[in-house]
Design a protein around this ligand. Structure first.
Ligand code: MN
Ligand code: MN
Length: 290
């Protein structure tokens, strides 16, 4: 008997699945240390660690309609890669399925977000929730429009219904831009001082949407929990706080990604956390639809 290497408990074929997981192994614009191209396969590998049963939701993932479609084809060029991922996600969404991307770097999120927006039947309701240590608000960086340090700038050109949580790093120009244009953000210190429940309550009220795309840049998490990152930034969110955001936001979401894990820089514990958070997200979303 041969078992293909897929994300564990993603047991369905594409046609029968409601959730389509795929990997996007691309990290060519990473500004500090690359390596997130290895994250999708590492997340698949470590996902074998987990039991399929989730006691909080009383659900067994073995029987949930999830497919791992494999890794998307990528180019050496970010713009071409974004076009290809856009087309792949366009198909997933057109088939009525929920796209879940394992990056790869954060610049890739633009493609599924744009595909979900273009397919959204209520564009005024479309919103994006980002978890990130970084603003990613530069218009371009190192001569690249679609550098991973710019993704939120481009997301804001799609929708102004946008909140980012976990912020603690940015150029002065990004902090000024955020303050002057009224970008809704919560720093990691806000989370620490307010408590995550209050932050989530305010953020979801602000978004006021049933079409939320949720993008998890794993460097939102403190490197004490998650050291295998391209751009680790101390004084971050706890693993539990991030899980709580995923659980509470999941019912309102229409797409999800987890990006920026660089597994070569740790003992795989960051990929373990990313895989677990992805599973928690799927459980929470699935439970809300039952
Ligand atoms: Mn980012
Ligand atoms: Mn980041």
């Amino acid at each position: 008997m041969f078992i293909p290497t897929t994300f564990c408990d993603a047991n369905y074929e594409y046609d029968d699945a409601d959730y389509v997981i795929f990997g996007a192994p691309f990290d060519n614009t990473s500004s500090f240390r690359a390596g997130s191209r290895w994250a999708p396969d590492e997340m698949r590998k470590v996902s074998a660690n987990f039991e399929p049963y989730n006691p909080k939701y009383d659900l067994d993932m073995t029987y949930m309609p999830i497919c791992d479609a494999g890794n998307v084809l990528v180019s050496a060029d970010i713009d071409e890669t974004l076009e290809w991922i856009y087309e792949d996600v366009q198909r997933i969404v057109a088939d009525g399925k929920f796209p879940i991307m394992m990056g790869g770097e954060h610049s890739l999120s633009y493609a599924p977000i744009k595909a979900c927006y273009d397919a959204c039947d209520d564009k005024d309701d479309f919103a994006v929730l980002v978890l990130d240590a970084h603003f990613d608000l530069r218009e371009d960086f190192r001569g690249q429009k679609n550098n991973h340090a710019c993704v939120s700038h481009h997301i804001l050109n799609i929708t102004k219904k946008y909140v980012t949580i976990g912020i603690r790093s940015g150029a002065k120009e990004e902090w000024d831009y955020a303050r002057e244009t009224g970008v809704k953000y919560y720093t990691a210190d806000d989370v620490y001082e307010m408590g995550i429940s209050k932050v989530i309550q305010e953020a979801l009220k602000y978004l006021d949407s049933k079409h939320v795309y949720l993008s998890l840049d794993m460097d939102a998490v403190d490197p004490a929990y998650c050291a295998g990152l391209g751009t680790p930034e101390p004084f971050g969110m706890t693993d539990r706080d991030v899980r709580e955001v995923l659980r509470q936001a999941a019912p309102y979401t229409i797409g999800f990604d987890v990006v920026e894990i660089a597994p070569e820089y740790d003992n795989s514990i960051s990929a373990v956390l990313a895989a677990k958070l992805m599973r928690e997200f799927i459980f929470a979303h699935y439970a809300s639809k039952q």
